[in-house]
Design a protein around this ligand. Structure first.
Ligand code: NAD
Length: 488
């Protein structure tokens, strides 16, 4: 089996036990191209109960040998897989782009890099993720082993379809678990294409499998009695359902990476150019369809007018970079599909009816495809939906503030807690504010960014648990304490 997928040869079958197989379910997924609304396919496998069971059976069978595979062998397979992702990166990005609409230069290449780096980074941990041992002076040696969980699964969203795979499958497989990937119904192709690379890299059958499907497939996985862990990235309502299904089935472990409405706080003493650049990039990257996008921008009154002028200008420049994702130079593509376009347009429309003042944008671009101008509202009512809800498009709200105390209160007056940013040249203020934010991540003079080595995730309703760094390996293992009686 070699990798020969492209937009003219789409992968449409499930990948179970190292083979591409037809789904036993008669229902299929339908996909459209957001650049023009055209049908891409209406016959992509949607995994049902029998398919999920088949994958779990294969994973259970593979687990005993995989967990005992030597660290060097496991590392080599993961490295080879990472290299294969890089080698086929352009094709994988195309398979994503055809239904997500994200241009290669601005997003596709980043995602390919993130996925391959995640496999390499986690492979590097395999022989370094040590357990612990405790003093034996009392006659007992206590050894703590990091044990894999068994059959694990990743349910991922459409907005970062390749990157999120690496963040979940990387640590799961590195720690000796078997892993079932369930991509979003809106972006299944790159995930399904990985099957060929999984086999080529040398993963044994059943270790790494891919089940395309929709929420019904995700629910089968989340409530499965023999799946021991689900790492989920997606919306808060779905995350809540998954936690409930996990509790009601077998108390499987759950990691949740959920939505955000992240604040960026710009103080009078900030470097204006820097603050404008980061905040404008943050809300337009991937057409604003980014969980940790800085979508609330708070600017101190001393530089408010100047900031607004430059931010508006930056958004106008961004609007010029919106276009066909297939064209060279395009930075910002369409929204993912008609449903998302209508959702975001609805927020913009209602926002203009008394919630705030439209500063820039707000219009559809062109008459085909799902393109929108980057949009900013000012003077926003803090109780309005455009200020309180995750819009998940290129739409931000801006407000001015007087005091640090006032703005920290408003920043934290939300159930989200994913990312925050503070812009100032005063290091004391930066660190004080960073510790005050109720959020899993804070940028100082930067915002909406991540690193493989550092914990990634949200507080409050933005998530449970962390990805990246050693935290991801802990989330896919459980400590087992072995007590040795040395006096026996
Ligand atoms: P979604 O919750 O609709 O779907 C996510 C995944 O869950 C999909 O694979 C979907 O098929 C599956 N699913 C849907 N219903 C299910 C159910 N009942 N049981 C099990 N699985 C189910 O989210 P989305 O629209 O694909 O993604 C956008 C959301 O994801 C946004 O809220 C965004 O903020 C969030 N997100 C968070 C992060 C993060 O790391 N915190 C990263 C990216 C996206």
């Amino acid at each position: 089996m070699s990798f020969n997928f492209s937009k003219d040869n789409l992968p449409k079958k499930l990948f179970i036990n190292n083979e591409y197989v037809d789904s036993k379910n008669s229902k299929k997924l339908t996909l459209t191209d957001p650049a023009n609304g055209f049908l891409v396919a209406d016959d992509v496998a949607l995994a049902g109960e029998a398919d999920v069971d088949a994958a779990v059976d294969a994973a259970e069978k593979a687990f005993p040998a995989w967990r005992k595979t030597s660290a060097a062998d496991r590392r080599n397979i993961m490295y080879k897989f990472a290299e294969l992702i890089e080698k086929n990166g352009i094709a994988l990005a195309e398979l994503t782009r055809i239904t997500l609409g994200a241009p290669y230069g601005a997003f596709g290449a980043f995602e390919v890099g993130l996925a391959s780096e995640a496999f390499k980074y986690n492979a590097g941990w395999i022989d370094k993720f040590a357990g612990e041992s405790w003093p034996q002076e009392d006659g007992f040696l206590k050894i703590v082993r990091n044990e894999p969980l068994g059959v694990t699964a990743g349910i991922v969203p459409w907005n970062g379809p390749l990157g999120t795979i690496g963040l979940k499958a990387g640590p799961a497989l590195a720690t000796g678990n078997c892993f079932i990937l369930k991509p979003s119904e809106k972006t299944p192709f790159a995930s399904l294409a990985l099957g060929a690379l999984i086999k080529e890299a040398g993963f044994p059958p059943g270790v790494f499998q891919v089940l395309s499907g929709d929420g019904s497939t995700g629910a089968l996985i989340a409530s499965h009695m023999r799946v021991r862990k689900v790492s989920f990235t997606g919306s808060i309502p779905t995350g809540k359902k998954i936690q409930e299904m996990a509790a009601k089935s077998n108390l499987k472990r759950v990691t949740l990476e959920l939505g955000g409405k992240s604040p960026a706080v710009v103080f009078d003493d900030a470097d204006l150019e820097n603050a404008v650049t980061w905040t404008a990039n943050a809300i337009t990257a991937n057409t604003g369809q980014v969980c940790f996008a800085a979508s609330r921008v708070y600017v101190q009154e001393g530089i408010y007018e100047k900031f607004i002028e430059k931010y508006k200008q930056a958004m106008k420049e961004k609007a010029k970079a919106v276009g066909d994702p297939e064209k060279e130079g395009t930075q910002i593509g369409p929204l993912v599909d008609e449903a998302q376009f209508k959702r975001v347009s609805g927020f913009i429309e209602r926002g203009q009816k008394g919630q705030g003042k439209l500063l820039v944008g707000g219009q559809r671009i062109g008459d085909k495809g799902f393109y929108l101008e980057p949009t900013v509202f000012t003077d926003v009512d803090p109780t309005s939906e455009i200020h309180t809800q995750e819009i998940f498009g290129p739409v931000s709200v801006v407000r001015s503030f007087k005091t640090e105390e006032e703005i920290m209160k408003l920043s934290n007056d939300t159930n989200f807690g994913l990312m925050a940013g503070v812009f100032t040249q005063d290091i004391n203020k930066a660190l004080r504010v960073a510790s005050e934010f109720d959020s899993g991540m804070v940028g100082v003079n930067c915002v909406s960014l991540m690193f493989m080595v550092a914990p990634f995730g949200g507080s409050k309703e933005s998530g449970v648990g962390r990805e990246c760094g050693v935290h991801a390996l802990r989330a896919f293992t459980e400590p087992k304490t072995v007590m040795v009686n040395l006096t026996y």
